[in-house]
Design a protein around this ligand. Structure first.
Ligand code: ZN
Length: 323
């Protein structure tokens, strides 16, 4: 599970040049004309080759700027608005001044018009003279639209993607009819290749998202049926979710609100948040008791993860399986 995927033919060059298969589905959806535009990250020394591959698929590329990614803790404390920065923090460099390990943020689209729009709206907040210059909400809203996200989901994102106040993923659950979460609406695997969407839906049963993912799924099936079979399988794994950057997928099944499993994978992207994998690996069943998480091994409790109040990125754990 969660191995990188190398297509037989369609878009194989992208995986080869990037060295990983993240965003593969988004590239495919852009080539197929379903997604109007996407953004991507390319090591500076591979940009030229990337441009050539895009051209061979009829795509336009526009570089934004070079990002030299740094840890948030490396930023000086005195910056006004520091606490409002997103999870991506980087020093920006002009295209002709790359540093080792830096990557170019690029926009990719099938038409020049879509490319221009995304380039205008897809900028990150900047620190200028010790002060964070925030992106106006309207630009974020337009950018969501430029990337082909449904308006209902963009509106929901604007309201609940506030890490000082909400667990966005839990708010989506609250907005989902009980027990209705079709696998085509699963956003949890979006950073690990096996997903049809790259946005947070407004509900785990969002009709607009479903009609979008159905289109993407059948377009990919025409080219790489094996990839579709793989994605579908990953989308149906049981999940234990804490917040947007801390959640686990399991090979197993849910019975009576408990996950019985034989394998566990941390897919929350930030390794420093992977606090429970070792304990989960020792166990074979996990469930929630109130907001506490309990891990069992052959029916005996081996660990209780006490819920803690957090000022930033609040956690409301839940268990879910898309079907
Ligand atoms: Zn929606």
């Amino acid at each position: 599970m969660f191995e990188p995927f190398l297509p037989k033919k369609f878009c194989r060059e992208f995986v080869e040049i990037k060295g990983y298969s993240g965003q593969l589905v988004m590239i495919m959806a852009t080539i197929k004309g379903i997604k109007p535009c996407m953004d991507d990250w390319i090591p500076v020394n591979r940009l030229k080759a990337y441009n050539n591959i895009c051209a061979s698929y009829g795509l336009f590329v526009e570089p934004d700027t070079i990002f030299d990614v740094v840890k948030k803790t490396d930023l000086p404390m005195g910056i006004v608005g520091r606490e409002r920065l997103t999870t991506t923090t980087a020093f920006g460099l002009p295209l002709n001044q790359p540093r080792v390990n830096s990557a170019v943020h690029v926009f990719v689209a099938k038409t020049k018009n879509n490319l221009d729009k995304a380039l205008r709206n897809g900028w990150y907040p900047l620190i200028i003279k010790n002060r964070v210059i925030d992106k106006p909400l309207i630009d974020a809203f337009k950018f969501g639209h430029d990337l082909g996200y449904p308006a209902c989901c963009v509106a929901f994102f604007r309201k609940y993607n506030n890490w000082n106040k909400y667990s966005h993923l839990y708010e989506i659950l609250k907005n989902t009819p009980q027990g209705k979460h079709p696998f085509l609406c699963n956003p949890f695997t979006k950073d690990v290749t096996y997903s049809y969407i790259y946005h947070m839906p407004c509900s785990y049963d969002c009709a607009k998202t479903l009609s979008l993912t159905k289109k993407i799924r059948s377009a990919i099936y025409e080219e790489e049926p094996e990839l579709v079979r793989n994605i579908d399988r990953h989308l149906k794994l049981p999940l234990l979710v804490f917040y947007e950057r801390k959640f686990y997928a399991f090979e197993g099944e849910i019975k009576n609100k408990r996950i019985y499993y034989k394998n566990v994978y941390f897919i929350g992207q930030m390794p420093e948040n992977n606090l429970y994998e070792a304990d989960l690996k020792r166990g074979d069943c996990v469930f929630l008791e109130g907001k506490d998480t309990v891990i069992l091994k052959r029916g005996r409790a081996i660990k209780r993860i006490k819920w803690q109040k957090k000022q930033f990125a609040p956690e409301t754990p839940f268990i879910i399986q898309f079907n």
